[in-house]
Design a protein. Structure first.
Ligand SMILES: [Zn+2]
Ligand SMILES: [Zn+2]
Length: 208
């Protein structure tokens, strides 16, 4: 029991440290040397900083649609609780990262779906793609999602308001070491337990 709890605490502290590192990465990079980094071997000033170049591949479940991202850790990883994201993922929240387009290589076939839907009635709720889901030319946040026409996984998307970057669904990387979210949006639509998953009693236990 004690071991279990202490391991969980260690994990929580680790996650916080990661989040902290991710959030302060911009500041850290602006400084010449971060405090405590003197232990790093010569020639490697930033041993595990977010600036390390990594190649990560996101893919759909059947594997035909792939997005390869090569570059430093993304500077924006965000979870969203809005109903658009809930319905899109089939999960209580979405998690996505944005990468500069030039760091992204897309392979395979995808079907595009745009929101807000042209000619549709306003949604009775706010979404992260326009405030009420009305499609107008001035809608700054049109979102075009690309999903696999074979297996249905949504893998990447574009936002009209951020044309230089490609959004990738973090789950599509299937990588638990991916940087954690730096922010969360539309929390008025959130399932209340989402922010405290470790407190769930899980009467059916943990599947392995
Ligand atoms: Zn697929
Ligand atoms: Zn959303």
């Amino acid at each position: 029991m004690n071991t279990k709890y202490s391991r969980r605490s260690v994990l929580a502290v680790g996650a916080l440290a990661l989040l902290d590192a991710a959030m302060s990465s911009t500041t850290a990079q602006a400084q010449t040397q971060a405090p405590g980094s003197g232990k790093a071997p010569a020639g490697k000033p930033r041993s595990k900083q977010a600036s390390a170049i990594k190649t990560r591949t996101a893919s759909c479940n059947c594997g035909q649609l792939r997005v390869t991202c090569t570059g430093p850790d993304p500077d924006r990883v965000v979870m969203c609780n809005c109903y658009l994201c809930q319905k899109k993922t089939g999960s209580p929240f979405s998690l996505q990262a944005r990468f500069p387009n030039e760091q992204v290589k897309i392979e395979g076939k995808s079907t595009a779906w745009r929101f807000p839907i042209e000619g549709a009635k306003p949604t009775p709720y706010r979404t992260c793609a326009g405030s009420d889901g009305i499609a107008t030319d001035s809608a700054a946040d049109l979102v075009t999602s690309h999903f696999c026409p074979v297996c249905g996984s949504t893998v990447y998307y574009y936002r009209k308001s951020d044309p230089a970057r490609t959004g990738v669904r973090v789950g599509a990387f299937a990588d638990p070491t991916f940087p954690p979210p730096m922010g969360s949006g539309f929390e008025e639509y959130a399932h209340p337990w989402v922010m405290n998953i470790s407190a769930l009693s899980m009467p059916l236990g943990h599947h392995k």
